[in-house]
Design a protein around this ligand. Structure first.
Ligand SMILES: Cc1ncc(COP(=O)(O)O)c(C=O)c1O
Length: 454
């Protein structure tokens, strides 16, 4: 698409000034656009009288300035690591604004999740129950009051099998197998019974799953919600548990290609309404609906701006830009599925006038010593010239977050356009010193060992 018309129009006007001040390359994010998407999500569910909360998947764009927007919109944060937990807490997230969804979890990560009042603990397996219990005892903390399990639906998989993030669930490392899910909650009930702390309120529960990625078919998400409600019904019947929420995960797709249809959130919410009403009628209560989208919230609200530095021909036409994969690795990493629309602009950021240049097929490449260092393969565009700009769309999620330093390439700066034309740098470019610092200060004995060879 996919950059919104409003952001594109603003950029056409503001790019010359932004480039003069900040130089290129950069990612730039559309603050008002992110606000609008979050408001639209909340309003969509509110209008259907559904209790809903978005927990933004911090991994998609882990920047303090972005977290502020999420917080402003009273959304929560889905965190999967210590840095993500810290970012969320630094943004002012309260314990129940944080869903800790990690896998292959280290003890230190649980420790961090339990600190500062804790958070919603989403366990990825039954094996973590005794470990978490032991840790709570060791650090004299009550067992978390609100526990959730990530469900692996196994052969009862829902949704699109091609695009699924966990592939075939029976081959996935994630979640509690559906056959074990009742036992997982039963184990928590047992722990809760043993909690002697008088102040402790009753044990509370949620249920989570995440079975797809970048899926624009809302019916797949409906199938996921339906499955979670089926498990909720089973938990009520077998254990008397009433879940506070079911979390359908992230994975909502966005239209990366021109002509792609968007995820139909309203149709999804309509179906959720019907399923929720039927569930409430049968079971006398209904859990809230949680989501943890990353891509859907920020993906369309970011673009990457690059200067064309070389135009060359081998067996194909190549456009060499300042940075490709180290600023956006998705196209290189998923050669058959990922696409980011690239728009050629005049050197001052204005649009290329239609018909003013021949249309040619180009591959847009960066400078690292890997042939997969591309932003676009064999795409048609007006013939680029050195000095032009390339705007790569939809870089607001899983873009800068996946940056890397191969070939000693420094990560690039990131800017945020706020309201009333205010643009600010929210993350500076890395410098050589940033890369070198980890090689410095290693003279002390704590960095040395004399091994004995016998
Ligand atoms: C557990 C979990 N939740 C949420 C997300 C966010 O996914 P998306 O950005 O596609 O919505 C991911 C992505 O990897 C994930 O692993």
């Amino acid at each position: 698409m996919p950059v919104s018309k409003s952001f594109e129009e603003r950029l056409h006007k503001s790019l010359p000034q932004i480039i003069e001040k900040f130089g290129t390359p950069f990612h730039i994010y559309d603050g008002p656009g992110i606000h609008d998407t979050l408001r639209d999500m909340k309003e969509t569910f509110r209008l259907r009288n559904l209790s809903f909360k978005e927990f933004y998947a911090v991994k998609a764009l882990p920047k303090p300035a972005i977290m502020e927007i999420i917080k402003d919109e009273q959304c929560g944060f889905d965190c999967s690591s210590i840095p993500e937990l810290r970012l969320a807490r630094n943004a002012g997230a309260k314990p129940e604004d944080i869903m800790f969804t990690a896998n292959n979890v280290k003890k230190g990560e649980f420790r961090e999740a339990l600190d500062h009042g804790g958070c919603i603990m989403n366990l990825d397996g039954i094996e973590y129950i005794p470990k978490l219990e032991a840790l709570c005892r060791e650090i004299t903390r009550p067992f978390p009051e609100l526990i959730c399990f990530r469900l692996n639906p196994g052969t009862r998989k829902t949704g699109d099998s091609v695009n699924s993030i966990i592939g075939n669930p029976v081959d996935a490392k994630y979640g509690v197998p559906i056959e074990d899910i009742v036992e997982a909650y039963r184990a928590i009930q047992k722990i809760a019974e043993q909690q002697t702390n008088q102040d402790r309120k009753k044990q509370r529960y949620g249920l989570h799953t995440m079975v797809c990625s970048n899926d624009r078919d809302y019916t797949h998400m409906v199938a996921t919600y339906r499955l979670l409600l089926e498990v909720a019904a089973q938990l009520k019947k077998e254990l008397g548990i009433e879940l506070e929420f079911v979390n359908v995960g992230g994975g909502l797709g966005i239209p990366y290609r021109p002509g792609d249809t968007a995820f139909d959130l309203k149709a999804f919410a309509d179906e959720c309404y019907k399923l929720t009403m039927a569930f409430a009628q049968e079971h006398g209560y209904a859990p809230a609906i949680f989501m943890e989208s990353g891509r859907y919230v920020t993906g369309p609200h970011g673009v990457l701006i690059n200067r064309v530095i070389n135009v060359f021909k081998k067996y194909k036409n190549y456009v060499g830009i300042e940075v490709a994969m180290p600023a956006l690795m998705r196209v290189g990493m998923y050669p058959t599925s990922a696409y980011h629309h690239c728009i050629l602009l005049n050197p001052d950021g204005s649009p290329i006038e239609e018909g003013s240049r021949p249309i040619i097929k180009v591959t847009i490449v960066g400078s690292i010593c890997e042939n997969c260092d591309v932003l676009a393969r064999d795409v048609e565009m007006p013939e680029p010239r050195e000095g032009d700009l390339i705007m790569t769309c939809d870089t607001g999620a899983h873009g800068s977050a996946m940056c890397f330093n191969y070939n000693g390439r420094e990560r690039i700066q990131e800017l945020l356009e706020g309201f009333y034309g205010n643009v600010r740098r929210i993350c500076r470019a890395e410098t050589y010193d940033d890369l070198d610092i980890r090689h410095q200060g290693l003279e002390g004995q704590e960095h040395r060992l004399k091994v004995s060879n016998n």
